[in-house]
Design a protein around this ligand. Sequence first.
Ligand code: RB5
Length: 148
Amino acid sequence: MNKKLITNAVLISSDHAGFNLKEIIKKYLISKDFKVQDLGPYNNDSVDYPDYAKKLSKKINDKKFGILICGTGIGMSIMANRYKKIRASLVFNTKTAKLAREHNNANILVLGSRVTNKNNALKIVNVFFKTSFLKGRHLRRVKKFKNV
Ligand code: RB5
């Protein structure tokens, strides 16, 4: 695939369950010349995923993208999507990674380290950051997320 990247700067965070996968993805992104801001944790001691979802979500907008990882990806998704500007998408394969960007204009990619293996996760990351929002009817729908 030789598509243009949607950004070259990514914020990343996890809980203890997602820590190892966070480190792998961080190294992968750095090797692809992304600027990566790691918001922690910095070891795999037990932490609470809402704390890290909040820390990252506050810094995300339509131009700043992030990655959150916990065991299933579910807790991170629930927490992140409480922020108005966040469209966090829990993704399991390259197809949902592509559609999360094309249809939902996802600005946070959420992964579950206990349900997604390393190779699949790297393929997902690759597709996510190379896929643009399609706008059109999808923009109309995304606008309806507001004011609830
Ligand atoms: C931590 O054990 C686990 O609950 C967390 O990583 C996540 O899967 C929550 O949704």
